[in-house]
Design a binder for this molecule. Structure first.
Ligand SMILES: Cc1ncc(C[n+]2csc(CCOP(=O)(O)OP(=O)(O)O)c2C)c(N)n1
Ligand code: SF4
Ligand SMILES: [Mg+2]
Length: 342
């Protein structure tokens, strides 16, 4: 029996896609780099959620971590250093129907991009932000970042970093309109996946800090936590992550934490040893900026076209016009008349 082409296509979308569908270029990260684990988790997420490549976009700044969009077979935007978030916000504003992900490093987000980070939390647009925190500038070969621990020797701090590190979780939890904050480590893939999946389903800006190994520049930095499961504090809750029985045998250090409690979230977030892992805070009631701005304005093709027309008109020079600043309506009418006559 002949199948109609549309029906055929719809059936294809109904089928479970395989991972290759989302795998882009061959990753160029170092062997053992935690970025590989994060990439594997997001590719699984796209596959399991059956995300459509043409409806999904990964945005990044600059850094090793910011190479992630190249390795996804979706839309991607490898931006400029520190500017991943405003680029992502622009995309979301113009195309609220797209699923937007951001991959950013500790330098990209917490140093050069810090101002954008604060305002992105406040704007609370619906996107998933993954902070690959390896506590160092990896791509530029080992300069201290704002999250580098005090005393860390690097190319810019040969006598050891002077300052206590900035805590991305407590900073985020202190910003007005924060709506989702979580922490993961790259070496517990089951929990990493669960946290990224919950972040994806949250309606609002979900901020996930991932402790990420950089074996090239800081090969021993996270080893104490990697080698001793007691130094990981798993936060479990019916509204957070639930630890599987097999994982619970290894990671026995657990605590019930209700992600609705922001005061407790701030307390838990301020601890760094053991590393708290799980959903720290979730508030789905915070309004989304794109909804506030688009309220009552359906993003129809006509609406978008008329906005574009108005923008083009601003910069159009009409030689036959006597008035140097004619009103936009008159400019449009003039252009229509010109086009009709040609
Ligand atoms: C405006 C600007 N300043 C500085 C740089 C140089 N630069 C590129 S990546 C980077 C730091 C990257 O560190 P991080 O964001 O932590 O990413 P990682 O490489 O560790 O994943 C710097 C300083 C740049 N590309 N552009
Ligand atoms: S330098 Fe570090 S962060 Fe960059 S790819 Fe290598 S291990 Fe990963
Ligand atoms: Mg870094």
């Amino acid at each position: 029996m002949n199948m109609h082409a549309t029906e055929c296509l719809l059936r294809l979308y109904d089928e479970q896609p395989d991972l290759e569908k989302y795998q882009g270029g061959v990753p160029r990260w170092c062997v053992g780099c935690g970025d590989n684990a994060i990439l594997a988790a997001v590719q699984r997420l796209c596959r399991n959620e059956r995300l459509r490549a043409e409806k999904t976009v990964f945005v990044s700044g600059i850094g090793c971590s910011s190479r992630l969009p190249h390795y996804m077979k979706t839309y991607g935007f490898h931006g400029i250093h520190g500017r991943a978030l405003p680029i992502a916000e622009g995309i979301k504003m113009a195309r609220p129907d797209l699923d937007v992900f951001v991959a950013t490093g500790d330098g990209d987000c917490c140093s050069i991009g810090a101002a954008h980070w604060i305002h992105a939390i406040r704007y609370n647009m619906n996107m998933t932000v993954l902070l690959h925190d390896n506590q160092i500038y990896g791509l530029t070969k080992m300069q201290a970042s704002p999250t580098s621990p005090r005393g860390l020797r690097s190319n810019t701090t040969p006598r050891g970093a002077y300052l206590e590190p900035l805590n991305p979780l407590t900073v985020t939890l202190g910003v007005q309109n924060v709506s989702f904050v979580a922490q993961a480590v790259d070496w517990i893939p089951e929990v990493l996946y669960d946290i990224i999946a919950q972040a994806f389903h949250h309606k609002g800006l979900s901020f996930v800090r991932i402790m990420q190994r950089c074996p090239e520049w800081l090969p021993h930095q996270l080893e104490p936590w990697l080698n001793d499961p007691a130094r990981i504090l798993l936060l479990n809750h019916p509204n957070g992550i639930q630890v599987s029985p097999s994982l619970a045998k290894v990671y026995k250090n657990q605590q019930a934490h209700d992600p609705a409690n922001i005061d407790r979230a701030r307390e838990v977030a301020s601890g760094s040893d053991p590393i708290p892992v799980g959903i720290l805070y979730r508030n789905p009631a915070v309004p989304l900026y794109e909804n506030l701005r688009h309220a009552g304005q359906p993003r129809t093709t006509e609406f978008i076209k008329s906005g574009l027309e108005a923008e083009f008109d601003k910069f159009t020079v009409w030689p036959q016009e006597a008035d140097p600043k004619p009103r936009q309506g008159a400019m449009r009418a003039a252009r229509r008349a010109t086009t009709a006559g040609s």
